[in-house]
Design a protein around this ligand. Structure first.
Ligand SMILES: [Zn+2]
Length: 427
């Protein structure tokens, strides 16, 4: 039996264990600020695999000057990033690799819309349901069980392999950045984000910001003299609607020519008021806005700020009491990857050993992932390749289990080919 078949057999043998492992991951409520327990569990998993494991707190001081650093309003206390290294002991013949996944998940709210417990990791037929199961704990299980299968087959690699689990992919990307700033680099990187067995060639960048409006509150009976902060927020939300039209009607980045609405401007949070009979004096909303590869996030922030202040200047109240605009979270560049990178041909070959369908190359992704850091700043070719499923960031998120098993095999085959198998007889 050749190495690949041997390892595929091991993936099959470990499959039940992998499903149980994914259920364990799915039961951690690893939303923002709550990633500590799952990260410590993963660090223990890696130590049990005899990997050199570094479980460390991201160093804000080291990251702060980086161009891709996203400003945060919180600390990293008790929220480690984990890097586990499988060091090759022989001559380095292959290429080193990073496989990386994020453990942070978005909130399952509104939970009332779910038919399954968001933290139950329920299996029904070929599907497993839960918040974060698809995005991207399934992928995390794939990259780990690919390595376990290689280890179980008694195979040693001829290049170093790093397994990394990070946080804040969903809001800053600072977790992935922390690993790179600390010096964890390799000849290539793969992220098993749920890509439905396709690869990503280009992705947007993203900024986040908060707009806070102060009104003049009073009891509704005196409404003539009071200014409703929620109603004034609506003035600025409409202005952002016009901003969205402007940027999407402008000539598109060539990678996004086929995309109908590439740059989404999403009002994701709104809060204001606390009593039906009181005119709210305070309201804020939080926004995510996309940008094209090659656009500097700082320039986009400057544009948004000018646009909102211009809209405020047209309003009698907002002219006098301008909105407070704060940029926090994502300060992320878009990215384009060269499809001629060897990473893709090796991945296509691994994919072909497992699946009967051609591997799809996808440009113009309107979302972002951590691949940008590797490609843009560290000269590490990186892409996403992961399983199939549905309902990411919404109710009844699920992964297709046969697809996850196939994905695990693709990762195993990729690692064997990319890193090379150590052959003691020729050393
Ligand atoms: Zn994700």
């Amino acid at each position: 039996m050749n190495h690949t078949d041997q390892v595929f057999k091991a993936v099959d043998q470990l499959w039940e264990e992998q499903i149980g492992f994914l259920q364990q991951l799915g039961r951690y409520k690893s939303t923002l600020h709550n990633e500590g327990p799952i990260q410590r569990f993963l660090a223990d998993t890696f130590r049990d695999m005899q990997l050199e494991t570094d479980c460390f707190i991201p160093d804000l001081k080291m990251m702060a000057s980086h161009k891709e650093f996203s400003p945060v309003e919180w600390t990293y206390d008790n929220r480690p990033v984990v890097v586990a290294k499988w060091v090759s002991n022989g001559p380095k013949r292959g290429k080193s690799l990073i496989v990386q996944g994020h453990v942070d998940v978005v909130s399952p709210e509104p939970v009332r819309l779910w038919n399954y417990d968001p933290w139950g990791a329920t299996i029904e037929g070929d599907r497993m349901y839960g918040r974060g199961i698809m995005d991207m704990k399934a992928g995390v299980s794939a990259m780990i069980y690919a390595v376990k299968a290689i280890q179980a087959s008694g195979i040693e690699l001829s290049a170093d392999l790093l397994i990394e689990t990070v946080l804040e992919e969903e809001c800053t990307g600072n977790g992935a950045l922390a690993t790179l700033v600390k010096g964890y680099v390799a000849d290539g990187a793969l992220i098993p984000e749920p890509s439905g067995h396709g690869v990503s060639l280009s992705q947007v960048g993203v900024i986040w910001f908060r707009v806070r409006i102060t009104g003049a509150g009073a009891h509704v009976s005196g409404k003539a003299k009071s200014i409703n902060a929620i109603e004034k927020a609506y003035v600025l939300i409409q202005a952002l609607g016009r901003y969205s039209d402007k940027i999407n009607n402008a000539p598109k980045h060539p990678e996004f020519g086929h995309v109908n609405h590439p740059l989404n401007v999403n009002i994701g949070v709104i809060k204001g008021g606390d009593w039906p009979s009181t005119v709210p004096a305070d309201c804020y909303f939080e926004v995510r806005a996309g940008l094209y590869p090659g656009q500097d996030p700082q320039d986009v922030k400057d544009d948004v700020l000018a646009w909102l202040l211009e809209a405020a200047s047209q309003d009698e109240w907002l002219r006098e009491v301008p909105p407070e605009i704060t940029f926090f979270g994502f300060h992320a560049n878009g990215v384009v990857i060269d499809p001629k990178e060897e990473l893709f041909s090796v991945l296509e070959s691994a994919h072909g050993k497992v699946l009967d369908e051609p591997m799809q190359y996808r440009s113009g992704l309107t979302a972002l992932t951590d691949i940008r850091h590797y490609n843009l700043y560290y000269n590490i070719p990186a892409t996403c390749y992961g399983p199939r499923g549905g309902n990411i960031h919404s109710a009844d998120e699920w992964v297709d289990l046969p697809s996850l098993k196939a994905c695990t095999k693709v990762y195993a085959a990729f690692i064997l080919e990319w890193c090379g198998v150590r052959d003691v007889s020729v050393e």
